[in-house]
Write a protein that binds this ligand. Sequence first.
Ligand code: BGC
Length: 469
Amino acid sequence: MSVLEEAQKIAKEFEISDECLNDCVDHFIWATEHGLRHHTDLGMPMIPTFVTKIPTGKEKGVFLASDLGGTNFRVCSVTLNGDSTYSLNQEKSSVPKELMVGSCKDFFDYLASQVEAFLRKHHGEHFVEDDGVSKAPFGDPFKMGFTFSFPVDQTSLNKGKLIRWTKGFDIKDAVGKDIVEEFQAALHSRKLPVHVAALVNDTVGTLMSRSYTKAESGRTLVGCIFGTGTNGAYSEKIKTIPKFDAAAHPEITDKIMVINTEWGSFDNRLNHIPNTRFDTALNERTPNPGYHMFEKRISGMFLGELLRLVLVELRDKGVLFKGLSATKKALDTEWSLDTSVPSRIDGDQSSDLSQTAKVVEDFLGYSSVPKEELEAIKLLAHAIGRRSATLSAVPLAGLILHTNALEKFEGEIDIGADGSVVEFYPNFEKMVREALRKTRLGTEGEKRVTIGLARDGSGVGAALCALVA
Ligand code: BGC
């Protein structure tokens, strides 16, 4: 077989049939309802977040927010103006790789050091130097919302134990610990005037901030992330969360509660989502094998590695990079390709595939790759990206159907989204919409869905949660 035929054969394995798509949506609805009833290990966690109010746009005040998402840590101060607008100051750092797999204490000390640097730069008025030790000279401590984008078993707005790491983090002695206690202790040891008032998943932050900025024009149903990882949050009446011990919280029984679905763990048993040998190989290389199996087919952490595994197979078969030698070791190095690689290849509009050739040369170190091989690579990048977008429609359709939003909402059904994949992967939203039309939503339902980027989701959302606290 030619390289193109080999590539077409593999691309087929990444296709999601309409039947499979709809089966996944039905199972997603089942998994949602099951997760609301039962605490499960392998199932979808459906975590109650203790956020019981959706913003109205009228919230006001200055709050600190910090955000540990995929590979970056951000600290910001957010001013909510009370009219759906806000302003924000922020500093970003990328978490050193060795700390992502080191000790809990070193990790939280690093986060605290970044908060300190931020406060010194932007809120110097809160510091006096006293024998070289920084102190808060006056005023109450800042309330901080901490966006921590990993599965946490929450027991109050600012208490929760880490269930497990995802997205390449593996700080073993942090699992099972209360994340806020650890962070607060690190802030205290630096005498910083900060009280961690809310622990917030990034999807909850996205739902809150999109609701704040969009309050005028209607309600937002889901906040979601398609970035390094993927996940979504929506609200549920407390009465319809059977596993939540409502009797222990009489003050909120009549309210709603935002649920962090952790949909990355949808169908961990792979009874419904398709599996290829590349997915199997990828899963074995992750620190959380067997978990977040849905995420491993969708999010930015994984798409580059999937492409690498496919290309390695074709190279080893002797049909790709025939007779060429590479100036780089990337093709044989695990996790060497990030999502920008399939993303730029899939987005190549040139007739001579010069962009693909450049990416292949820059990242893999192969030059003078024949056009037919470049076509094969592009086809494969597209197949991986398309599968990611098609599967991304599953939880969106699932939550719209589970909440009866088509009947309950008048007009538009709004979804706030954030993350590099939804923002930058070529035609991602278009492909998600194509898939939505093939579900029970149909063309009419899909037309009512608005998907809006909520760029400062985790910063503004965390500030809104700190305010509630
Ligand atoms: C985490 C979620 C998070 C998502 C997006 C997943 O790996 O488990 O908590 O919301 O990534 O950042």
